[in-house]
Design a protein around this ligand. Structure first.
Ligand code: COA
Length: 378
């Protein structure tokens, strides 16, 4: 293929919010909320009209998920047992919105690493699981803030948004519609997590990543050839969030309810059982198509939702228990950051890879959706 139409990854970028919440801090605040709720509802609980809430535990979180801490954009609001959500002041329309702000920070990091000036970029895709507003597109705001002349749009495929974004960007390069495409993944997951829900309150964190997908003939030295991409979706209600303009505009949101369908809700066990075989089979099929065996894979940068899930998937792909080097995790520091997770893993764990080394960026999540991007270092 002509190098002018061959897509590669030139660089990635990362923005990490300064504040972190450890499991200990999170569980202390959650248990304070539980005590408060049970005290306030003592009569109804005693009368058998209400179930008392149960405490969370650090040991459960670590064993069930591998999550150790998470970065967030507003720690105080989340840990306030009376509030249990980030407090983010609304900004004037003239000011850069917070989702665009963190996206721009990650994008600038990717551009700097690639030695690329924003004026040379042709398109911006904001690929993330939650957009801050309906329109104008977050991607167009990011494009404007960076001073990019071209086109931009938002795309949402939940946790798989980044890999779907990479394939979309790669297709623009293949078609000759663009030479340089920024895929930006700002994820303020703390805004759609129900911090009062014991089953999921520990899952998410906030972050932004960016991926610069370019034509090989303009890419910087040390770029990553894209060997192949594959996307898959299969409808499931097991990870769902019913928030939307039809139920929000008329005051349908009850932030006080301990469980609400206008935030992230999942059947975690079912997700685990259904997604692991689906993703493992998809990766193995794609490896066969690309003529790759387990032994050819130096590294798997898997979606960062659950360490046990990743252990099983990596075992099926590699044919043996994966080492930390073969399947690096960022769950200990970042928690689940939706679409950004596999990109953070790639961004933080690739410096030691040599020219010719092959790896896989893989995402999976709500939809269900899954995406694979096989890359080789040059
Ligand atoms: N603290 C202490 N105990 C808890 C708890 C908490 N915060 N949350 C649940 N438990 C308890 C439950 O009450 C249950 O107790 P029981 O056995 O006495 O009934 C037990 O732990 C097991 O609960 P379960 O929800 O079945 O846990 P799990 O082992 O399946 O782990 C997940 C939960 C969510 C971590 C796990 O299912 C998972 O990661 N699934 C995939 C999630 C995913 O990838 N989602 C995609 C999002 S993008």
């Amino acid at each position: 293929m002509s190098h002018a139409l061959q897509p590669v990854i030139s660089a990635t970028g990362l923005f990490t919010p300064a504040e972190t919440i450890s499991n200990e801090e999170l569980v202390t605040s959650f248990n304070a909320y539980v005590a408060l709720y049970n005290r306030e509802n003592a009569d109804a609980i005693a009368a058998g009209e209400l179930e008392p809430l149960t405490e969370s535990s650090v040991e459960f979180i670590e064993k069930a998920s591998g999550i150790g801490a998470r970065h967030v954009v507003d720690k105080a609001g989340i840990l306030d047992p009376q509030h249990m959500a980030p407090r983010l002041a609304e900004r004037a329309d003239e000011d850069l919105s917070i989702l665009a702000e963190i996206g721009v920070a990650a994008a600038k990091d990717a551009l700097t690493r690639a030695g690329r000036d924003a004026s040379e970029v042709n398109a911006v895709l904001c690929a993330a699981s939650n957009m801050q507003r309906a329109y104008p597109a977050m991607a167009i705001e990011i494009q404007n803030a960076l001073g990019i002349d071209g086109f931009a749009f938002d795309m949402n495929v939940a946790c798989s948004s980044a890999t779907f974004g990479i394939q979309t960007a790669a297709d623009y390069i293949r078609a000759g519609h663009a030479k340089s495409v920024l895929v930006v993944n700002p994820e303020i997951c703390s805004g759609h997590l129900n911090w009062r829900d014991r089953d999921s309150h520990f899952i998410f964190g906030d972050v932004a990543t960016a991926i610069l997908v370019e034509a090989k003939d303009i890419a910087p030295a040390g770029h990553w050839d894209i060997l192949g991409t594959r996307l898959k979706t299969v409808f499931s209600n097991n990870i769902r969030n019913n928030f939307g303009f039809l139920n929000h505009a008329h005051g349908g949101i009850d932030q006080q309810a301990p469980k609400t369908d206008k935030l992230f809700v999942q059947e975690g066990r079912k997700v685990f059982k259904e997604v692991v075989p689906m993703v493992a089979a998809m990766i193995v099929e794609e490896m066969e198509r690309l003529g790759l065996a387990g032994a050819d894979m130096r590294r798997l940068w898997l979606h960062q939702a659950n360490s046990n899930m990743n252990r099983l998937i990596a075992h099926k792909v590699l044919g043996h228990e994966a080492s930390a080097e073969e399947s690096p995790t960022v769950l200990d520091r970042y928690g689940n950051t939706s679409s950004a997770g596999s990109i953070i893993a790639f961004h933080l764990h690739h410096d030691d890879m040599q020219a010719g080394d092959t790896g896989l960026i893989c995402s999976f999540g709500a939809g269900y959706s899954a995406g694979t991007v096989f890359v080789r270092r040059t």
